[in-house]
Design a binder for this molecule. Sequence first.
Ligand code: SAH
Ligand code: SF4
Length: 354
Amino acid sequence: MRKIERSASRVNLLGLTFDQLKSEFSQAGLTPLDAKRVFPWIHMKLAKSFDVMTDAPLRVRKILKENYSIDRPECAVLQKSSDGTQKALLKLEDENFIETVLIPEEKRTTVCVSSQIGCAMGCKFCRTGTQKFTRNLTAAEIISQVFFWKDLFPKTITNIVFMGMGEPLLNFENLSNALTLLLSEKAHNFSRHKITVSTSGIVENAIADLAKFGVKLAISLHASDDEKRSSIMPVNRKYPMENVLRAAKEYLQNSNTSHITFEYLLLRGANDSDEDAIQLVKLLRSIKCRVNLILFNNWPGSSFSGSDRNKANNFSRLLLSRGIRAVVRKSRGEDILAACGQLSTEQNRFNSRA
Ligand code: SAH
Ligand code: SF4
């Protein structure tokens, strides 16, 4: 059963799919026609109050105001990087904080979304991984990050990546709601090719279940053998590489996507040797894929350092010359610690100590 998100006594409607809105409304004495009127106001016209929904009768608007909210989280801090990337720290109703990032590029503008507060996966190189897992974000909290940026920059967002704080596939139900709303023609109407879900490799059911949405899948690989991967990503002990790669192949078949993106963070002396590259080629040869080589974003207290540009270019050349499409990914928003996957909040650290 879906857990209904109530603030004090009001249900937040941002995270409800159209069908859920209809059934929610039926309990409040509202009709499917009311839902049909209200839904586009919320998701297409980005209404911030029920008062503007002038095609809904006054009686309906009164019920809406009494029972429901379409509130977005409050923005506690908005930081702008010298390269145009922006990072927002959003305050949730329970005083937890999440981060979301806007990345403008020449031909697209991407929003990076968080799915959990903290992360239980504990990857050694990841700043979020050092934070204890607090809770899953609700569907409303996930999609409200998109609302937040759309409110500021209407009509500019072209892509969504689930690469913020947390492991999206461990919050599957709420991720599903958010994806349904993002993909729906009557809501946010993103093409499935413009949405990427990134996972550390949660194999059991989750990758397979995601296939029905047909969105792009990114898998954080970061090593080319189980021993190395387990030493930096504890999740690999539960889901070893063989299982992850099998799930990747199945995803390609079932989702009708053109390729899987493998993310590979280059860590100096840990996974960036020529042998690592050659071993990676062997693993990925039979999978339609692209490899994003990520330059490590350092953070205070990290025990790793990143490979330098030359090393990264060399690693990339080794893959390319053996037929694997690879790019070294430019890091954005470094000066404000806004890189995807690096999100964390001093604020939550402070709260958890208190
Ligand atoms: N939990 C999911 C999605 C969030 S992390 C996952 O792990 O895929 C998004 C990406 O950022 C992952 O590939 C992650 O490994 C990477 N990442 C984590 N810490 C990083 C850092 N310090 N520098 C660069 N990328 C990092
Ligand atoms: Fe969690 Fe992803 Fe960070 Fe690993 S890299 S700790 S899965 S957010």
